[in-house]
Design a protein around this ligand. Structure first.
Ligand code: AMP
Length: 192
């Protein structure tokens, strides 16, 4: 099972991807998580990505394409994977198509979570409050200013991906405003 989740920041892609990893025993590949781990390790990629991420802007296609290409070659991806937060630009989607083709793989579905943008800021604020209450570390890009920038980046660069995938008949849209269980059940229906 090879899946892509699309949707703005805070739409619930990560939450739904996590639920599917348990059900299908395949990994969730979040480019955001991979980049944050590169930043934490202080690697070359991490150093290049940190300031861009903190400003809520997108890291270069070249960097993320390479990270994903290497990651999907790992043995735990043999049965499939769920891409969360990648591709995020049309050139990334084209690079992914080419990459999968070269590896003899194909996508099973592209699932888009549709949400009301007004609710997203509240979701981000709740996520921060829950993380703080649980004693966790708040993401350095989870603040209103960087979040607004991430939404702008989404509208300008990522939203056009829906048309890219709709054109190939692979796009499935789910109402991401419903509660987690309902969204998950809708996704199950699509994958069944
Ligand atoms: P996320 O955890 O998906 O919200 O990603 C956090 C940040 O990592 C984004 O705001 C970007 O700066 C960077 N990032 C994650 N995935 C990508 C991607 N596919 N392309 C470019 N930048 C990305």
């Amino acid at each position: 099972m090879r899946l892509i989740f699309l949707g703005p920041p805070g739409a619930g892609k990560g939450t739904q991807a996590k639920l599917l990893t348990e059900r299908y025993a395949i990994p969730q590949l979040s480019t955001g998580d991979m980049l944050r781990s590169a930043v934490a390790q202080g690697s070359e990629v991490g150093k290049r990505a940190k300031a861009v991420m903190d400003a809520g802007q997108l890291v270069s296609d070249e960097i993320v394409n390479e990270i994903v290409s290497d990651r999907i070659d790992a043995p735990d991806c043999a049965k499939g994977f769920i891409l969360d937060g990648y591709p995020r630009t049309v050139p990334q989607a084209i690079a992914l198509d080419r990459m999968l083709d070269q590896k003899g793989m194909r996508l099973d579905a592209v699932i888009e979570l549709k949400v009301d943008e007004g609710a997203l800021v509240r979701r981000m604020e709740n996520r921060v409050a829950e993380t703080v209450a649980a004693g966790g570390n708040v993401r350095s890009d989870d603040n209103p200013e960087a979040f607004r920038r991430r939404l702008e980046e989404y509208r300008a660069k990522t939203a056009p991906l829906s048309a890219h995938y709709a054109g190939t008949g692979r796009l499935k849209t789910v109402d991401g405003m419903a509660d987690v269980e309902t969204v998950s059940a809708e996704i199950e229906k699509i994958l069944a």
